[in-house]
Write a protein that binds this ligand. Structure first.
Ligand code: UTP
Length: 514
């Protein structure tokens, strides 16, 4: 009885607070020109109203308007700023694995492995994207690219970390237990599925306490005239705020503090969809550490001047990524007389190095980061009819920050050119599209493994029953066998291996060669 009384008192007082909250929010959204979000408010049940108000409270509507105005009035800083001067990368900030001697590469690898062996290296995975082009409802990392082992991108990456931990463990002076913590950024649409996928697969042999999930922020989807879109009568349509949301998310979720506690100093960040990614690549880490860089970026040499990729260069003396749409054909075609390569040929692949100190510093300049507009088909509520519409045409905008937008704020940038065949093959498009699709991912992994065996002196015999899908012999080596082709020579030199074959361990490789 007493409990019931106090309950009713509580209900009455919270109803008052709640209607005040509704009025305050209504006034605030109307003042910001976004009052239409309340169009169907009165038709919602009390629970729905409460949930809606909670969501609106978390939206900083004035900030949303500011971001939108900035993004829509200045879509291309270069085209809008005639004074923008582009310069090629300064020589002292750039090195290439394509030109470096094997000794130099070994030297960088050794520096990187030693840092890993001292537990100074962590990994940040950007896995908050919705993968709309790929068209799978599951997070991209759960995608099975039809390797013989049927491993998904998450599993391949987890096993590369495991292998690297064991390689570093063998270094003289290694700590008792080498750990490369893996910080996995998810978003509203990918979080639950990602976490349960890892849990359901026992973290692919990693220790669960060393796989840390954190969530990026979201922003409302907007119509082309900047109005907040509704997903339903009582819910704003939101989307992840772009992979550049990682900087705020790292701080807000306590990840930076976790890194500090673990005494991690260097981070490797990469996109989930690159099936060839060398996770925590010791060569890259060693290169950036040797350069005393605070931020580093891997780049892939552009294959032609008109390849549609952004390039890293200097814009008004600051490091920047310039999109292919922002660059004139003359600039795109300019040649560096010293090496005969494209002067603006450092194709950006969103594969970065940071010091923890730089990530901490990001807070100071985060508010200056630009947001970009992604025009998308967004399922939305028609305010006139109250019906939910699935559009056939692009009908709205998502606002996204890009992970490379911090480059202008670096103090010591290092740019590292890699061999695309060995390190970059992104999964972007649906099966059958022939460009950056599951078939090209599978092909590029298998072709790399063929090269690994050949470089180690092995001979490959293509079996009659090998379908060689996509032109690649079916030869798969688990990351637990080799990370970058190391450790194969003593097993395969002068020997043959017949395809199709999928090798899970060094023992299995020994048995497979003849
Ligand atoms: P993309 O820009 O290719 O986007 O992401 P996407 O979501 O994978 O694919 P589409 O454009 O919807 O087809 C490049 C990388 O950035 C991550 C992605 O998970 C991928 O690793 N990303 C993207 C985020 O982490 N958060 C985002 O908000 C957007």
């Amino acid at each position: 009885m007493i409990a019931a009384q106090s309950l009713s008192v509580k209900t009455a007082s919270s109803a008052t607070t709640y209607s005040t909250k509704a009025e305050q929010l209504k006034t605030r959204f109307e003042a910001a020109g976004q009052g239409h979000v309340f169009t169907y408010f009165d038709s919602l049940s009390a629970t729905e109203q409460e949930a809606f108000l909670e969501q609106l409270e978390t939206l900083n509507v004035e900030r949303v308007n500011r971001i939108c105005t900035k993004a829509t009035t200045c879509p291309s800083p270069m085209l809008n700023n005639q004074a923008a001067i582009l310069d090629p990368l300064p020589e002292e900030c750039f090195d290439s694995t394509l030109d470096a001697s094997p000794e130099k590469i070994e030297e960088w690898r050794s520096v990187g492995l030693d840092e890993i062996a001292r537990n100074k290296v962590g990994v940040i995975l950007l896995a908050g994207g919705q993968g709309t082009r790929l068209g799978s409802s599951a997070p991209k990392g759960c995608y099975n690219i039809e390797l013989p082992s049927r491993k998904t991108l998450f599993q391949i990456q987890a096993e590369r970390i495991r292998k690297l931990q064991s390689l570093a463990q063998q270094r003289p002076g290694a700590v008792d237990k080498v750990i490369i913590p893996w910080y996995v950024m998810t978003s509203g649409p990918t979080r639950t599925a990602t976490i349960s996928y890892f849990q359901g697969n026992n973290f692919f042999g990693l220790e669960s306490e060393n796989v840390i999930f954190f969530e990026q922020g979201t922003l409302p989807c907007l119509t082309f005239d900047g109005k907040i879109m509704l997903e339903s009568k009582g819910k704003v349509a939101v989307a992840p705020d772009g992979n550049g949301g990682v900087y705020a998310a790292l701080r807000g979720s306590g990840v930076l503090a976790d890194m500090a506690e673990r005494k991690v100093e260097f981070l490797h960040a990469y996109c989930v969809d690159n099936c060839l990614v060398r996770v925590a690549d010791p060569v890259f880490i060693g290169y950036c550490v040797s350069k005393n860089a605070d931020c580093g970026a891997k780049v892939a040499r552009k294959v032609s001047h008109d390849e549609p990729v952004g390039v890293i260069c200097l814009r008004n003396s600051a490091f920047n990524v310039v999109e292919y749409s922002e660059i004139t054909p003359e600039v795109a075609m300019a040649i560096n007389p010293k090496n005969g390569q494209l002067a603006f040929g450092a194709g950006n692949i969103a594969n970065h190095f940071y010091t923890l100190e730089f990530l901490n510093r990001a807070e100071a300049f985060e508010h200056e980061l630009e947001y970009h507009i992604a025009r998308k088909k967004i399922k939305t509520l028609d305010l006139q009819t109250g019906e939910i519409v699935t559009p056939k045409q692009v009908n709205g905008m998502k606002l996204e920050a890009f992970v490379f937008d911090v480059f202008p704020f670096t103090q010591r940038m290092a740019v590292f050119e890699i061999d695309r065949r060995d390190e970059f093959s992104p999964l972007k498009n649906a099966p059958g599209t022939r460009v950056d699709d599951p078939e090209t991912s599978r092909r590029d992994i298998l072709l790399q493994h063929v090269r690994f065996i050949q470089a180690a002196g092995g001979n490959i015999i293509v079996g009659k029953d090998d379908e060689q899908l996509g032109g690649a012999p079916t030869l798969e080596l688990s990351p637990m066998v080799t990370y970058y082709g190391e450790g194969l020579e003593e097993i395969v030199r002068g020997k043959s291996i017949q395809t199709p074959v999928s090798i899970a361990s060094l023992e299995a490789l020994k048995k497979a060669v003849f």
